[in-house]
Design a protein around this ligand. Structure first.
Ligand code: DMJ
Length: 627
């Protein structure tokens, strides 16, 4: 594998206003000439004549009458495109002329000028995104209606056969994953349904059920309960709903669950927890084969820390943070870690390094657990931020390459460690990374705010650039298929690797030859990572292309995965039309995918990124701002 930097400083456009080229016109106006000219009375008189002359031309200029714009074109409208012809509104238009927004951005648009800040928030543009946000809310209600009708109380809905299934240990995972999404969207009927179910059934289930996976139960159920606690007003939280039970019900249930899950940590001979817990007797067990996934043991800390904060009992956070403190001491490859770890020895196992399954959220939580502890660089979790930065440098150096022929930036794998070969394989799961990189660069502020505060160094800018490039690649993983939906895994054509005959099926995609989709990888499980990254990148860059991309993906979900009788299904093959259905609606479609789409299309002050961190299942947890 080439050791040269495939993606490095030379790829970064240093987007700092100070260094931008200034136009002749701007320089002319900002020189002394401007001051001299308008300070004398002759100058003022000439300026007035000039202004009235231009206004006259605008008012008398003939426009084509009755130009009607369809609803979907509204995004491209500014007031100058409206069909109003009366003089007063023309004069208004003259003063408030806004730059045009593109009607529908093509996938590879470099949308640097599409920031909402450059555009007066016209009612039409606002109305369009409110309408689209409403569509996402309707999709959520449709998903819930199928679950409620056929699978209430089961972990997941099988929307085609109209059954429920307990694939996650039987704690009603869809109920808890969906609960805070309903609160965020203001769907009180669902909050009431889900909240009453939690109050009436969940504690009993927790005390009677058998084996559950520590990670899945923590991120979905514990995380969901804790967010519901905060969003329903617990510990002076957001109080975004009056439906459902009192916040204390969510907290008591979370504590009951957390107490039992704790045995995974306390039963292990090392700081690395066992992967499974038997809830009814609070016993813990290693996975068959004895190993835990690296991402699983390092993706528990946001939830356990917050449980400690709200219960006042530090034991949860202490146990979970021992994992991170231990991880800090282990040998790594430029900050990158193998995807398995042994709870018996406390050491990594094997050499396989990737940011996809079993590796992904290790990197996400290095950043987010640090952010959770408050916006101070010198707190006792700052070692996590150092580990995160080292790992991202390792990613850029060892894992990032560009595809041929069209140069899509992707993150590959090192299945045999740093001394083995590079695999140009990228799981859809890796699409969490653009969002994490952007968040790590600005710490949740907009790029503009962060630059204004002089907070972005060259490394941050590199990471932000990589985030934007990877987000585009994730979008192209959708665009390149016949359905417009991404496969579970894609390979990228490189100088060293090619495979003919496995394209995505959308012959009009520019990237049809760059992206390879093998037959076994063509399924789509309604996963959130790409729209999650669009949400974060939209909040940070304010670039409307992320909303447009999110909308295109949402429309593809609507077209191919919606089940008439209620719910949404997974697909077996995104490259064929019609795509064969897979009879499962994953809980994260309600917990994450639809939540991120809803927030992407909505007001950026709703669950702001500098006040909340989203756990890996999209449950928002407040940042500790008391300092
Ligand atoms: C979710 O459970 C979480 O986002 C996890 O980190 C990865 N897998 C799914 C969604 O794809």
């Amino acid at each position: 594998m080439s050791k040269s930097l495939p993606y490095s400083r030379k790829d970064v456009d240093y987007d700092n206003a100070k260094f931008r080229h200034r136009s002749f016109f701007k320089s002319f106006l900002t020189n002394n000439r401007k001051r001299d000219c308008i300070s004398c009375s002759t100058g003022k008189f000439l300026c007035l004549i000039l202004i009235f002359g231009v206004a006259y031309l605008v008012l008398t200029h003939k426009t084509s009458p009755g130009h009607v714009v369809s609803r979907d074109q509204v995004i491209g409208m500014t007031e100058e495109h409206s069909n109003s012809t009366i003089g007063a509104s023309r004069l208004k238009k003259f003063w408030r002329r806004a730059p045009r927004l593109p009607p529908q951005l093509p996938p590879d648009t470099k949308g640097s000028n599409t920031s909402i800040d450059h555009v007066p928030a016209t009612l039409d543009v606002k109305a369009l995104w409110i309408t689209r946000q409403q569509k996402v809310k309707e999709a959520f209600i449709h998903a819930w209606s199928g679950y409620k009708k056929y699978a209430m109380g089961y972990d997941e809905l099988m929307p085609v056969s109209h059954h429920g299934i307990d694939g996650l240990g039987g704690l009603g995972a869809t109920v808890v994953d969906a609960l805070d999404t309903a609160m965020i969207m203001g769907v009180d009927e669902v909050v009431a349904d889900a909240g009453s179910w939690v109050e009436e059934h969940l504690s009993e289930r927790i005390s009677k059920k058998g084996q559950v996976n520590l990670f899945e139960t923590t991120i979905r159920v514990l995380g969901g309960l804790l967010s519901a606690y905060h969003l329903s007003g617990g510990e002076k939280g957001l109080n975004s709903t009056h439906a459902g039970p009192k916040p204390a019900v969510y907290l008591e249930t979370a504590k009951n669950l957390g107490d039992r899950l704790l045995s995974a940590f306390t039963s292990s001979p090392t700081p690395i927890p066992f992967s499974d817990v038997v809830l009814h007797d609070s016993s813990a067990h290693p996975a068959p084969g004895g190993l835990s996934s690296t991402s699983e043991v390092s993706t528990l800390q946001l939830e356990f820390n917050y449980l400690s904060t709200v219960t006042g009992d530090e034991k949860y956070g202490l146990e979970a943070m021992k994992v991170m403190e231990h991880m800090k001491t282990l040998p790594k490859v430029e900050g990158l870690v193998p995807i398995y770890i042994s709870p018996h020895s406390g050491q990594f196992s094997g050499d396989n390094i990737r940011l996809g399954s079993r590796g992904d959220s290790y990197y996400e939580y290095l950043l987010k657990v640090w952010l959770q502890s408050g916006p101070s660089s010198d707190n006792n979790t700052s070692y996590l931020y150092e580990m995160y930065k080292e790992a991202m440098t390792g990613v850029r150096h060892l894992l990032v390459q560009k595809s041929v022929p069209n140069g899509l930036v992707f993150v590959g794998e090192l299945p045999y460690g740093s001394n083995g070969g590079f695999s140009p394989k990228m799981d859809h799961l890796v699409c969490f990374l653009p969002g994490t990189l952007a968040l790590g660069a600005t710490k949740g502020l907009t790029k503009k705010q962060a630059m204004g505060n002089n907070m972005l160094n060259l490394e941050d800018l590199e990471n932000l650039k990589l985030a934007e490039d990877l987000a585009k690649t994730c979008f192209e993983m959708y665009s390149v298929t016949s359905t417009g939906l991404a496969p579970e895994i894609a390979y990228f054509h490189t100088e060293e690797f090619s495979e003919q005959g496995h394209d995505g099926g959308n012959k009009s995609s520019e990237y049809i030859n760059d992206i390879i989709i093998k037959p076994a990888d063509r399924h789509n499980l309604l996963r959130p990572e790409t729209v999650e990254s669009f949400f974060v990148l939209y909040r940070i860059t304010e670039d409307l292309k992320y909303r447009e991309w999110g909308w295109q993906i949402f429309e593809a979900f609507e077209k191919y995965t919606k089940v008439d009788t209620g719910g949404y299904c997974s697909l077996d093959d995104v490259t064929s039309i019609p795509p064969p259905k897979r009879d499962k609606m994953e809980t994260f479609f309600l917990g994450e995918t639809l939540k991120y789409l809803y927030l992407l299309f909505g007001d950026s002050s709703h669950i702001p990124l500098d006040k909340f961190v989203f756990n890996t299942e999209a449950h928002p947890i407040p940042i500790n701002l008391k300092k």
